[in-house]
Design a protein around this ligand. Sequence first.
Ligand code: SAH
Length: 339
Amino acid sequence: MRNLFGLTRAELEAELVSSGQPSYRGQQIYRWIYARGAVDFDAMTDLPTELRTELAAAYSIERPTIAERHVSRDGTIKYLLALADGKNVETVYIPDGERHTFCLSTQVGCPLKCTFCFSGTIRFERNLEPGEILAQFMLAREEIPDPPARCNVVFMGMGEPLLNADGVLAALDVLTDDEALAVSPRRITVSTAGLVDELERFSAKAPLVGLAISLHATTNAVRDRVMPINRKHPIEELIAAARALPIPRRRRITFEYVLLGGENDTLDDAKRLATLLEGVKAKVNVIAYNPWPGAPHARSTTEATTRFMDVLMDAGLTVSLRRSRGDDVLAACGQLANH
Ligand code: SAH
């Protein structure tokens, strides 16, 4: 039986047409699956009974299931999902007053092996399917008693989104479609460790989606060490690629910078970062380091953090600080490892 969950609108229409149905049936089913969360054909009351029986014989609507829930004292919830092939992946819901953020994973494990990230310590298994990405959002949202109308989605969970660019683009197609999950692309951010070859193609295909680049160092010596991908695409190449991206008016690329105590948080680092970003449509998101069992780095002191941010602000950059959320249940940035 073919699983329809995860198909885009165009794919569903094509599937229905190939089974001898008019394409509008595909549209109807599409709305049921995503906008209304239907998991069986019986629920699709505007389809003829006969067709529903026929569909149920040929197709399934299968989503991953929630295997574990970990609730942080700050309200953040980490879900461990069980995938059809027995593998697992984590997804995080982060409530913050009126703000609701869903943090999605794109791969099982991660091949990039950044030294500060727990996800790199488990075995890289595979890319997630579009349906496995969409299900993270749908399942976590369905858990909220009174689901919010507006929410933010960040692709900052386990894995490197641009190593699964096609899967992420297909998921974005459904996520942002008004007939499906209807999340505004302006409320979505895709975070990448800086896969220069993919950046241009990806942002051309998803121009309205926010882009965040994990920079985390201002010299190639340090970045080579903490983010091995830098040996392939050094800092200058990455910044040049970012500079060349067509960024829509009033939008900026976010540069993420996790402060590793004594390693990338000096006064000189702050000054170099300001210089690197000169003339780039950039804002900086300074991130507090979240340690995990066996983590090789230390958190920056409050003084070092403040000094670092002050230098950037004095240079005219927009700077924000990302605080840890859900770190008591290993749900914060860099702590997802299916534990
Ligand atoms: N692979 C993508 C997306 C996943 S990580 C990327 O590299 O951007 C989302 C963000 O969390 C990235 O900026 C990542 O560098 C950061 N991060 C990883 N480990 C962290 C840790 N231990 N503490 C704080 N942030 C971390």
